[in-house]
Design a protein around this ligand. Structure first.
Ligand SMILES: C[S@@+](CC[C@H](N)C(=O)[O-])C[C@H]1O[C@@H](n2cnc3c(N)ncnc32)[C@H](O)[C@@H]1O
Length: 314
């Protein structure tokens, strides 16, 4: 059995979604269904929950659920609009995105996400498609590797790490997480307290291999499009690159398109945003962070879809 996943910010997420018992909800990151289970427990017999995950193992865990109100689809959330159209669902009351990796992904050595275990260097959330981390590292340019490690890992020694990877793969392909971790440890010259030197590089390669930021940027507008008036979007991020993207997207959607100052429009004709921000960013309590260290970096942002306003400029 794969390791368990403790849902993060669970009560806060349920409150954020302002669940209606008869509503239709999407959990776009099923994982092991911690949030899904709690949502279903609050829905009535007419409620419905549609889950997505790109990880075949997560989908297999959901397929054994027998609740008639629940269905699960193997798809990346960048295909949310298409998945819902296929299911003839035009509008929903809420969408949840709990980003990043699950504990079963991190803690199952063969998935290759963790430098704590020596295992094949895979790191794909969807093991059915795309190049693994080992395949990407074997063929990428040194400059591209350095850029990924610098941008997605915010790693000062990105250049040295990329150089070491390219030198090593010239001798033999990098096949395991242990090999990569040792190589990075040799290239990183200073140590951050309480952090393994491979942490930043592993995060960067994972983000790149899974196109995590591109997926998020593609999914957010589709989620907003899908929401009916009063519908809620709740997004839990785990690192600053994700959170910055979510924050900017929600702010832009809340403020609406800019109108040049010299175009005189009455207040009720001014273009309006599609969303209303709900509260500020929510972080785990000290008690949750202590009980579940993986929750420490979580940030939840919430917004609500506004009703269409007839007659606004656009
Ligand atoms: C943090 S876990 C979610 C945990 C879940 N909320 C729970 O309580 O069990 C993130 C999950 O989202 C999935 N995931 C990440 N990016 C995805 C994407 N672009 N499309 C679909 N699923 C994705 C991962 O495979 C993983 O199972």
């Amino acid at each position: 059995m794969s390791p368990a996943h403790i849902p993060v910010l669970l009560d806060e997420t349920l409150a954020a979604l302002a669940l209606h018992p008869d509503g239709v909800y999407v959990d776009a990151t099923f994982g092991r269904g911690g949030h899904s289970r709690a949502i279903l427990a609050r829905l009535g017999s007419a409620g419905r929950l549609i889950a997505l995950d790109r990880d075949p193992q997560a989908v297999a865990a959901g397929r054994v659920w027998t609740d008639a109100r629940f269905s699960i689809v193997h798809a990346p959330f960048s295909e949310l609009g298409w998945v819902m159209a296929e299911m003839n669902v035009a509008q929903v009351n809420g969408v949840l995105l709990d980003l990043g990796v699950s504990s079963p992904q991190l803690d199952t050595p063969e998935r290759g996400f963790s430098f704590r275990h020596d295992a094949p260097l895979d790191m794909r959330m969807d093991t059915s498609r795309g190049p693994s981390a080992a395949e990407w590292l074997q063929h990428a340019d040194e400059a591209e590797i350095a850029q990924v490690v610098r941008e997605y890992g915010e790693e000062r020694f990105a250049k040295q790490i990329a150089r070491a990877i390219v030198a090593a793969r010239g001798v033999a392909p990098l096949a395991t997480t242990g090999q990569l971790a040792r190589l990075v440890a040799g290239a990183v010259r200073t140590r951050e307290r309480g952090q393994d030197p491979a942490t930043r590089t592993f995060q960067a390669i994972r983000i790149h291999v899974n196109r995590e930021l591109e997926e998020l940027a593609e999914a957010l507008p589709q989620a907003v499009e899908l929401l009916g008036p009063g519908g809620r979007i709740a997004v839990i991020s785990f690192h600053s690159l994700e959170d910055r993207l979510v924050k900017r997207f929600l702010r832009t959607e809340a403020s609406g398109p800019e109108v040049p100052a010299d175009i005189p429009l009455p207040a009720d004709k001014l273009p309006q945003g599609r969303l209303r921000l709900i509260g500020k960013a929510i972080r785990p309590t000290a008690a949750e962070a202590t009980a579940n260290p993986r929750a420490r970096s979580a940030v939840l942002r919430v917004a609500e879809k506004l009703p269409d306003r007839k007659g606004a400029a656009c």
